[in-house]
Ligand binder design. Sequence first.
Ligand code: PRX
Length: 663
Amino acid sequence: MTGSIDNLLHETRRFAPSEEFQANAVAHAELYERASADRPAFWGEQAQALLHWHTPFTKTLNWSNPPFAQWFEDGELNVAYNCLDRHVEAGNGDRIALNWEGEPGDSATFTYAELTADVKKAANVLLSLGIGQGDRVAIYLPMIPEAVISMLAVARIGAVHSVVFGGFSAESLRARIDDASAKLVITADGGWRKGKVSALKPAVDASLTIGGDENPSTVEHVLVVKRGNNDIDWHEGRDLWWHEQIAAAETEHEAQPFPAENPLFILYTSGTTGKPKGILHTSGGYLTQAAFTHLNVFDLHPETDVYWSTADVGWITGHTYVVYGPLANGATQVIYEGTPDSPHTGRWWEIIEKYGVTILYAAPTAIRTFMKLGRHIPDAFDLTSLRLLGSVGEPINPEAWIWYRDVIGAAKTPVVDTWWQTETGGMMISALPGVTTLKPGSAQVALPGIHIEVLDEQGTPVGKNSGGLLVVSEPWPAMLRGIWGDPDRFVETYWSTFPGKYFAGDGARLDRDGDFWLLGRVDDVMNVSGHRLSTAEIESSLVSHPKVAEAAVVGATDETTGQAVVAFVIVRSEDVGDGAAAGAEPDAAAIDALASELRAHVATQIGAIARPKKVFIVAELPKTRSGKIMRRLLRDVAEGRDVGDTTTLADTQVMKVISGTVR
Ligand code: PRX
């Protein structure tokens, strides 16, 4: 990795903002000065300027009990009111909030007035089902308007949502329901994906019966949106149709104020252990940073821009930059249900042309996939409405950055590469498009009000032209407030490596200008297509298969998806014949069949995104003398490199055996 980053640091192309862009830009360089003069006061100004407070706050940051921060603690607000009603009251009720595009080509439009009305009814439905302040609601939906409506309805009544990505399995859903003791699940019969209906409700049914009668879930009701029209089972008394409940609901609902630190949502993300972490976010600080970054990084002009983030609401990007940031800012946006290649590979570009999208926010994996398919596909559409492009989720290599700007952005749009995490709640490192001279491949600079450093292992800041570990040195408003139900793990995971500083888990380098270059995770977290996956979680899924004795998983570099999941598995000898276990020539067909079976097993247990790209059946795993699996060697094998120095291995023969068995 160090070798390739050295090449990157020789990247010399620079793109200064055009005069025209600069002249109309929302953000100016003074923001940095104002923020560094007094960081909490700066965020206080933003919170006042960007949000409506039912009860104004008099305090900005309370950091008396680190790492448990409180922002704007004596203020009160309603998050949904900020995203909806206040825009209507300001005379913008007729502005389009959502242009929704279904995968098969159906569509729907919601003005701010219409979205507000729908969220009020949904809030009344939740109240009628006994959901109140602080209760947890699991949301397991496709990218349909009801996903946004549900999240805002939960927020409106001061309850807490836990959105579970629709690609996760019944078991993953149940683990999240149990961890948060969710009382209600909002789902759909199914949604459209890759040209057909993909069922969701059966996974909810399966998840709620896991463990049988001895293991009842905390769920009282399942609210079902009709989308796929697929056949589903119905549990009388528990299941309710969304459309019937909405039709019967009261239309008026007055948004009540809640404390700034009222929990807003839990979002589960993979960590270094097998158990996903429930990242907790609260209201006032989170919404402030969501609105501030969405406005300034995307140079949002709400009256004229049409914004599109391609993220699913099941991920943090979908929370902060589909729901909360854009709606708090009164933006007009597009949301799309399906995959980029359905029904044809020009689908994204067709949507941009149809709605006149001006700002696009997408992940590098998608860009690289389109690069491979060829520019003739986007060239067939009118993309001239685009004026700003954003990237998120993984490092964007300079070639993909340049292609994005040249081919999608007509060689003129700025590209902002935004670094942040589920835990940070909002963007932390990014250029400001009217201010920063852009450097392809670098996420560049900390945003105003954010203090980021790169430290060496001793905790000393590294100088320019050096690498180390990325930390956030000062509290920020959208920071996670904890891990649901596990304060010790919160302190241990993020705050113990460098006491008092937030350890992000990423490696980074500073170039000669002091700009940040992100190098990927330094822990056992993989990043596949911008989605976080835990090696430990996939390993434990593999080991739960009766034929598996031991498993090691690594993220191997992949041209398109950034990393790919590669598993090395030792099977119980009876399952592929003695040959494989003894390291002799195994039966090729039996190994292929077993590899497929194991890939499917992981997909069923965790979800399709975790399915290993390759499974290697091996006789041994390389371990150090202290018994630690040497993942570096496994990565070498997975990436087809010569196996390097093995002198620290307990048994230097081991890698030979593995390499010999790998097919
Ligand atoms: O490794 C970093 C990578 O994604 C991780 C966070 O993943 P998640 O919580 O799922 O959030 C993704 C969307 C914000 C980080 O630890 N990452 C995110 N953005 C970038 C990135 N790596 C490099 N450049 C980025 N712009």
